[in-house]
Design a protein around this ligand. Structure first.
Ligand SMILES: Cc1cc2nc3c(=O)[nH]c(=O)nc-3n(C[C@H](O)[C@H](O)[C@H](O)COP(=O)(O)OP(=O)(O)OC[C@H]3O[C@@H](n4cnc5c(N)ncnc54)[C@H](O)[C@@H]3O)c2cc1C
Ligand code: FES
Length: 294
């Protein structure tokens, strides 16, 4: 692994972020148009926490020139138990993600990270995670930390263990549900919904959220990631039930570390006015009531 430089950090930026050269360990299909990419990059693996992200690009080409942001799916350890690298889960949507499907073991990958704030360590009794589509990727690490299976960060951050956790995972159809075996192996209970009814509840994942909130043991914290209309609905339902809710945005980004302002999102200020915040530095995770989602 070669470190080839780091930028002078800006105020509010994650000071530990670095630009590094890692390599592909494996790149395997998980579901329709969805892959899991394992990268060797011990520096990022040692520091990153659930909900943080990193930018990746192919150093052998100049098109696409800009890196692309991906959430930590999980970190992996070598035979000696040392954190050796990170996994990301990606859905093929365009130029870069199409190209990524051709990456093979040993190929070099530029990585900037860890970036962003991530989800707070859970400080609740019943944590409910609500994912839509590829927005499920942050929740394997969130769940493994909450269950005490894996620690994250340097030094490892303290995370209390909730009494219960659950993932509600909505997708277009059964063939897009990715990584269910990994959630099961980690002991994270998952309830699924599909738009076409091919698996689990037929309908939106927010129907499942409402059922959880109406149950005899409702969640006392909600973490969510997915398409913005879904997260807007999650925020509304959580607010009506008076349950604290954190949302992770997937706003398109150019630099990933605070200098280009391509990633701003509108936020509510304490005095009732609105302003803009950079998703890459002040996010991607925000308290739901702070965001002006439509
Ligand atoms: C913090 C963060 C974490 C993310 N984590 C993941 C992840 O774990 N897995 C994953 O698959 N994706 C994730 N994304 C989204 C991912 O970065 C984009 O899918 C990727 O950049 C697309 O690159 P591309 O070159 O393949 O597509 P492009 O050719 O750049 O774009 C193809 C099409 O997708 C649209 N598009 C591009 N980026 C986004 C976006 N962020 N949201 C909505 N539409 C977009 C474009 O407008 C265009 O229509 C994350 C984004 C952010 C900001
Ligand atoms: S992506 Fe450049 S400031 Fe956020």
């Amino acid at each position: 692994m070669t470190e080839h430089g780091s930028c002078e950090p800006l105020a509010g930026q994650v000071l530990t972020a670095r630009q590094l050269l890692g390599s592909v360990v494996e790149n395997v299909p998980m579901a329709r148009g969805t892959w899991r990419l394992r990268l060797r990059c011990a520096e990022v693996a040692r520091q990153i926490t659930p909900g943080q992200f990193f930018m990746v690009r192919d150093p052998r080409i100049t098109d696409p020139m800009l890196g692309r942001p991906f959430a930590l799916f999980d970190l992996w350890c070598d035979e000696s138990g040392e954190r050796a690298g990170v996994d990301l889960g990606y859905l093929v949507v365009g130029k870069m993600t199409r190209l990524m499907t051709s990456w093979r073991a040993g190929d070099p990958v530029e990585i900037w990270g860890p970036l962003g704030n991530g989800f707070p360590p859970p400080a609740c009794q019943r944590l409910l995670m609500v994912a839509g589509g590829i927005g499920q990727t942050p929740f394997l690490a969130v769940g493994r930390e909450a269950l005490g299976i894996q620690s994250y960060g340097a030094p490892p951050r303290c995370a209390s263990q909730p009494e219960s956790i659950k993932l509600l995972y909505g997708a277009r159809s059964q063939d897009y549900l990715a990584g269910l075996d990994l959630f099961e192996a980690a002991g994270i209970p998952v309830e699924v919904s599909t738009d076409d009814g091919s698996a689990g509840h037929a309908g939106f994942v927010t129907d499942l959220l409402q059922q959880e909130l109406d149950s005899t043991s409702p969640p006392d914290a909600i973490y969510s990631c997915g398409p913005e209309p879904m997260m807007a609905a999650v925020a509304k339902i959580a607010a009506a039930a008076n349950v604290p809710c954190w949302l992770s945005l997937e706003t398109p980004m150019a630099c990933g570390f605070g200098i280009c302002f391509s990633c701003v999102t509108e936020v509510r200020m304490d005095d009732g006015s609105t302003d803009y915040r950079r998703t890459c530095v002040e996010g991607p995770v925000f308290r739901a009531e702070k965001l002006c989602l439509r």
